[in-house]
Structures are given as C-alpha cells and as structure tokens.
Design a protein around this ligand. Structure first.
Ligand code: ZN
Length: 202
C-alpha cells in the first residue's frame, strides 16, 4: 500500500508557514515503511532538531481506481480516520530552499501515524471537527469545512497521477497550529469527541 499526502489544504496553515496558496493540491507520497507501528512510540530521528506534528483526516481507499470522476469518488472509500504526518521541518525547509524533493523530511520511517478508522457515515464529511492535544493542551483545532479541496476532489485529483489501490491511505492536509514535539510529549487526536490515537514521543 501507499500513503498519498496533501499539503497546503487549509488557508490558515498556508499562512503560518508563509507558503504560497497553490492553484492545485500539493501532493507527495510516503512508502509503507513510513507507517508507525501500532502502540509504538514515535522516536525522534537523529537527522532533525525540529520534528513537527501535523494532525490530518485520513481516508482509506477500498476500491481500485484511476482517473476517478469527482462525482463517483465517494464510491472509493468507506472509512475515515485521523493520523499525524510527522515532518522534519528543519530538513524540509532546507530541501524547499533548494527546490529538492521533500521525501527525506516527510517519508522517513515512523512519519505516518495512522489512528483508528470509522465508517464514513459516522460523520458529516463536510463538517468534521478534529483536534490534537499535546500534553493535554489543545494545539490544533480543525474543521473539514475549511479544506480548500474536499475529500472527493482530492481523490479525483490524485487518481489522475496515481492508481488508487485497496488499503491506500490519503492524508488530507493539516490545519493551522503545527509545532514541535520533544521527548516525553504525549499526543492525543480526537475526531467528533472520539479518541482516534494516543502516542508518546521518545
Ligand atoms: Zn501534512
């Protein structure tokens, strides 16, 4: 399986990183080796002094598809979840400056925390509220209604480039409030009041 990630999908997050607002979704891939194994802590890698959390709504693909029309995109997923796109922000900034690919900063081992999934009809997809708490302090407070591109638009868009396969996971971008983690931090993600993951940083 692969993990397809969207960058810059919330206006306030674009502002906080002083990025340009894109005309099309920003897309990158994480390999399956990026998945943080269940119940493991996130271990800060030695190549970064500035690992950031990015809480994101996840979509699990349940059907093979390419060139998916937006109006049929809803047929390609049944479950919605929450996760973290861990990012080595210092490394990413250096790569961005040089115009180089982001993979080392975004796709390293353990960089994809995939929490619980629920059937998509559990939620009103255009109005999902989700939060990330760091050591019980609210650090990110997101609403799917603030996405620049909705889930179905993202599926239509990315499937022009990548065949979607059963089990693939789409990370839909992070709202504002990203920040650094340090050893012994605890992160907890909630979606509509449900605890979707809890993780310790080491
Ligand atoms: Zn992200």
């Amino acid at each position: 399986m692969k993990i397809i990630c969207i960058g810059r999908n919330y206006a306030k997050h674009i502002e906080e990183l002083e990025n340009e607002r894109p005309d099309e979704p920003v897309v990158f891939i994480k390999p399956d080796s990026a998945i943080l194994l269940k119940n493991n802590p996130f271990i800060i890698p030695p190549f970064s002094q500035d690992i950031h959390y990015e809480v994101e709504i996840l979509v699990k693909i349940n059907r093979i598809g390419k060139h998916i029309d937006r109006k049929f995109a809803h047929k390609y997923y049944n479950e919605i979840g929450l996760g973290i796109d861990f990012t080595a922000r210092d490394l990413q900034s250096r790569l961005k400056e040089k115009g180089l690919p982001w993979e080392k900063a975004k796709a390293f081992d353990g960089s994809a925390l995939i929490g619980k999934f629920y059937p998509k009809d559990t939620f009103d997809l255009d109005n999902i509220k989700f939060q990330l708490f760091k050591n019980d302090e609210l650090v990110q407070d997101g609403e799917s209604s603030h996405m620049l591109w909705k889930i179905d638009e993202l599926i239509a868009y990315v499937s022009q480039f990548f065949t979607l396969k059963i089990g693939d996971v789409l990370f839909t971008g992070t709202p504002a409030g990203v920040g650094r983690v340090k050893a012994n931090d605890q992160l907890k993600g909630l979606m509509e009041g449900k605890v979707m993951f809890q993780i310790k940083i080491k």
